[in-house]
Design a protein around this ligand. Structure first.
Ligand SMILES: Nc1ncnc2c1ncn2[C@@H]1O[C@H](COP(=O)(O)OP(=O)(O)OP(=O)(O)O)[C@@H](O)[C@H]1O
Ligand SMILES: [Mg+2]
Length: 112
């Protein structure tokens, strides 16, 4: 299993959520964050406005997926969330040791 922390522009959430659902992702968390990438201190366009700020609002979506689904999910998210402008976001990928569905006690990919 892999965990994806997907940092995107807030306006991309609906599209990304829909594409993940279409791919059979069954669970998801998201949180509103503030962050910066390489252009810290430089201007970036947010909702049509050019802003000179250290941090910009982003959304962090967290999902855990089957190993076999990873490549397809990554490609779909990248394609969906990309505008081609700086600030499109980033995806961090890590291994997940185990998962448990509390109701049934199932472990591993069965629990997803
Ligand atoms: N190395 C990092 N560690 C943790 N979070 C990061 C990192 N880089 C970027 N982020 C998060 O991702 C958001 C978007 O980053 P961003 O897309 O601007 O990355 P970038 O490396 O500057 O790429 P680009 O040049 O395309 O803008 C940041 O606001 C921050 O929340
Ligand atoms: Mg950037």
């Amino acid at each position: 299993m892999k965990k994806l922390e997907i940092i995107i522009r807030p306006g991309m959430f609906e599209k990304v959520k829909n594409v993940l659902t279409d791919l059979g992702v069954h669970g998801l968390n998201f949180v509103e964050i503030q962050g910066f990438g390489r252009q810290r201190g430089h201007t970036e366009v947010y909702r049509g406005a050019t802003m000179q700020v250290d941090c910009l609002p982003k959304l962090k979506v967290e999902i855990v997926v089957h190993d076999a689904a990873l490549d397809k999910v990554l490609e779909a998210v990248v394609t969906t969330a990309r505008t081609g402008q700086v600030g499109d976001g980033k995806i961090f990928i890590s291994d997940v040791l185990d998962a448990v569905r509390i109701r049934t006690g199932e472990h591993g990919e069965e629990a997803l």
